[in-house]
Design a protein around this ligand. Structure first.
Ligand code: G16
Length: 543
């Protein structure tokens, strides 16, 4: 087999975003595009020579072809071994676990997460480091720098490797080990949760609907929920991963998982509903007639963590991304736990988890996880809920009512304006940034503004500083408005407006968060001029 050294030139725009490099699939399929980025990963991380990697993805369109290219490039650059999920499938948390379990040097995950997949939709490549987590900013910076200096890449001239059955293959001088994508992950879950208790819950007639959204969690949820825990056959729906996610948008929220919402709010609803995203790291939790926001879910998990065997000794600390509601902070305060506030992006939790400063982390964008891996983990969150439901034997709505009565309720909503003209979105943010200093003391829509700033994060472990992480406006009574531009979109700009308000009096708690937040929503509009600047009359997605 021959190693080809292919001359190439830097391709503009290969800067990893919030979570790896995400582009439209046709962009990734352009000549040299994937190859350049993969070579830049090797070049930016000290070369592939002698290294062991994990490789897998969420099964989206082009993933099978990309896997073969990455394998040939790893072999051409002298990698020792690549551990690949069967048929190039691995959920993101399972990939993180495999990197840690096998002591691999890193891993490549082929996914654009919750973004739609298909020939005209999105594709992505993410590099994870040896702790199993997404490459932190200093590493993604080096990879980006490498993309700008490329003159050639190396690739082996070889047939496709057989990834369809577990076993060992040789490609050039490199070993390929194809593994069952579910087995090691299932072992890990068994070591964390009380499977016997959950089994007893199902044996008593408890019903679940888990919507895998035609994405990678299907095989995991089938094996664990139905196969091992005894949920009735058919509890896991849309369980076969498809390259275009059945034409859907594999983002577990009330908009894109509407079928699940309908089932949970309809007649004869199951006791518990859940969904996961394209690559299996996000989760959505919904009880009968009761949607649980990701921020509230995180707070409930923290408050109930000692019911789970792995966390029975208590948590070392907790962490949330800045835009995530401060429901978690209230639990942390009551339990006497440190609570860290990080920028958006799971990569920022890695150091806290590695240093033993936090056990549990989460984000408003439907991600929750713990120190069991270094990614957020959708099915883990579902099993966590099942474990606490098996212990408490209460409906989800009852658990939420108890939680709010004890800790207060942080009403929370995110309004997304998608595919906005990038220049207009940039101007909106710049204009708001420019007037942050003048806001404190003023009122907007009748709400007094107490403070306003741009979030910057000083990592308490490695001392690195990340600036420009979102604009924050605090209003009286614990209200908060946050604006930032998404780092995961692939078209124009996505403006995210995060809205929050606290209510501690159970007698005044309302059902509808949009109503409860009406004043904060009006204040955000008055301060930022969102309608005028984006030309939109309403958000595209409200979660
Ligand atoms: C990624 C990141 C998350 C982030 C989310 C949304 O999730 O890992 O930390 O909250 O994107 O980011 P943004 O607001 O910049 O679009 P995923 O599930 O897409 O990998």
């Amino acid at each position: 087999m021959t190693v080809h050294t292919v001359p190439t030139q830097p391709i503009a725009g290969q800067k990893p975003g919030t979570s790896g490099l995400r582009k439209k699939t046709p962009v990734f399929m352009q000549p040299h595009y994937l190859e350049n980025f993969v070579q830049a990963i090797w070049n930016g991380t000290g070369g592939a020579e002698g290294k062991t990697y994990v490789l897998g993805g969420d099964g989206r369109y082009f993933g099978d072809r990309a896997a073969q290219v990455i394998l040939r490039m790893a072999a051409a650059s002298g990698a020792k071994k690549v551990i690949v999920g069967q048929n190039a499938l691995l959920s993101t948390p399972a990939a993180s676990h495999l990197i840690r379990l096998r002591g691999a040097d890193g891993g490549i995950i082929m996914s654009a997460s919750h973004n739609p997949g298909g020939p005209t939709e999105d594709f992505g490549v993410k590099y994870n480091v040896a702790n199993g987590g997404p490459a932190p900013e200093p590493v993604t910076e080096k990879i980006f720098e490498a993309t700008k200096a490329l003159t050639e890449y190396r690739i082996l001239d070889a047939q496709d490797a057989d990834l369809s059955t577990p076993g060992t293959r040789i490609l050039g001088g490199m070993e390929i080990e194809v593994v069952d994508p579910v087995a090691d992950y299932a072992d890990l879950m068994r070591s964390i949760f009380d499977f016997d208790k959950i089994r007893a819950l199902f044996a008593d007639g408890f019903r679940i609907r888990f919507d895998a959204m035609h994405a990678v969690t299907g095989p995991y949820a089938k094996a664990i929920l139905e196969g091992e825990l005894g949920a009735p056959a058919g509890s896991v729906v849309n369980a076969v991963p498809s390259p275009d996610f059945g034409g859907g948008h594999p983002d577990p929220n009330p908009i894109w998982a509407k079928d699940l919402m309908d089932a949970m709010f309809g007649a004869d609803a199951p006791d518990f509903g859940a969904a996961s995203d394209g690559d299996g790291d996000r989760n959505m939790i919904v009880g009968r007639d009761c949607y649980v926001t990701p921020s509230d879910s995180l707070a409930v998990l923290a408050a109930n963590a000692t019911l789970v065997p792995a966390y029975a000794g208590g948590l070392k600390g907790v962490a949330r991304s800045m835009p995530t509601s401060r429901a978690l902070d209230r639990v942390a305060e009551s339990l006497g736990l440190a609570c860290y506030e990080t920028p958006t992006g799971w990569k920022f939790f890695g150091n806290l988890l590695d240093a033993g400063k936090a056990t549990l982390c989460g984000e408003e964008s439907a991600g929750t996880g713990s120190d069991h891996v270094r990614e957020k983990d959708g099915l883990w969150a579902v099993l966590f809920w099942l474990n606490l439901l098996a212990e408490r034997r209460q409906p989800v709505a009852g658990i939420m009512a108890d939680h709010w009565a004890k800790y207060g309720r942080n009403y929370y909503s995110r309004h997304d304006y998608e595919a906005v003209d990038a220049a207009a979105a940039g101007e909106l943010v710049a204009a708001l940034r420019g007037k942050l200093g003048s806001l404190p003391g003023r009122s907007a829509a009748g709400l007094r503004i107490e403070a306003a700033d741009e979030f910057a994060y000083d990592d308490p472990v490695d001392g690195s500083r990340s600036e420009g992480q979102g604009l924050r406006i605090m209003t009286e009574g614990g209200g908060r408005i946050v604006l930032r531009l998404s780092g995961t979109g692939t078209e124009g700009a996505t403006l995210r407006v995060y809205l929050e308000r606290v209510e501690t009096d159970p007698a005044r708690m309302q059902d509808d968060p949009q109503e409860a937040l009406a004043g904060v929503i009006a204040a955000a509009e008055e301060i930022a001029g969102i309608r005028a600047r984006t030309g939109r009359t309403a958000p595209d997605v409200i979660t």
